[in-house]
Design a protein around this ligand. Sequence first.
Ligand code: GH3
Ligand code: MG
Ligand code: MG
Ligand code: MG
Length: 300
Amino acid sequence: MKVLIADDDQISRMITKAAVEQSGHDCIVAVDGDSAWDLYQEHAPAAVVTDLMMPGLNGLDLCRAIREREQDTYTYVILVTSHGSRKDVLAGMEAGADDYVTKPLDPFNLHIRLLAAQRITSLHADLAKYRTALTKQARTDPLTKLHNRLKLTEDLGQLHSRSDRYSRDYCLAMVDVDNFKRYNDIYGHQAGDAALVAIASTLAGEVRQSDGVYRFGGEEFLLVLREQTAAGAEVVMERVRAAVHALQIEHSGDPDGILTISAGVSAFADGHRAGTEQLLREADLALYAAKASGRNRVTL
Ligand code: GH3
Ligand code: MG
Ligand code: MG
Ligand code: MG
């Protein structure tokens, strides 16, 4: 572990440093609370062993500052108290310390506490990893591996407020697979799933890295095209439509004999700075028009 030691007394510092190193950990040493706080922010140590009484920022202040700042990582804090009075210990634990040792420091005593520190910080690290994975999983569609609707809501909210504030354009394209119910009926649900996966990766491959492709529902996808005018979005979506057609997925239940998509586009632009709900509705209406006028096409 990386261990930060904070003590204003030189002899105590040396004793603590020797004990921490003897326990097999790397040391960063601070001569007072303020420099400890600077070093903490710079090095993100796994554990802190701090003196209680220091000029400037004292051990309690340091504890509070650490607890206020930390988010995904956990820092294990051990207080070193001079007299071990109950009042000091209580104040320290209340300020966020995990444990304490008393001076004169017994290296063995510190060693076993650092073992606990290691276990706790590694548990926290596992937890953070788990949380990150879950957050990602909750926003991913398991079939297509595209982002799902939850992620869309979050991303679109962000993009919208930024675009609104800085007067930027963006477009939405609602995509729906044509005659897909019949496709499932003819080729089976598994083939239907495979077709959705192929279409999803084609959609993702045809737009910019900065654009977003989301599975909106069953066989519906939503594309978020950043920095794009309606005319530009129409060109992009026409290319996307052609790319799906070019997959040449056979569909005997379709008039062309090929599995195709239709798309409806709406734009957030000067003169039309509608809210996200409204833009989604508009894209959906445009999609409906694309379906009504024959499918395998893009409508604004
Ligand atoms: P339209 O051209 O008007 O869109 O006709 P459609 O048949 O595609 O429209 P409809 O909404 O009637 O049917 C959608 C079909 O999509 C029905 C449903 O079984 C299928 N579907 C939705 N999600 C999935 C999925 O995850 N896997 C498979 N295989 N099929 C799905
Ligand atoms: Mg001191
Ligand atoms: Mg549909
Ligand atoms: Mg459909």
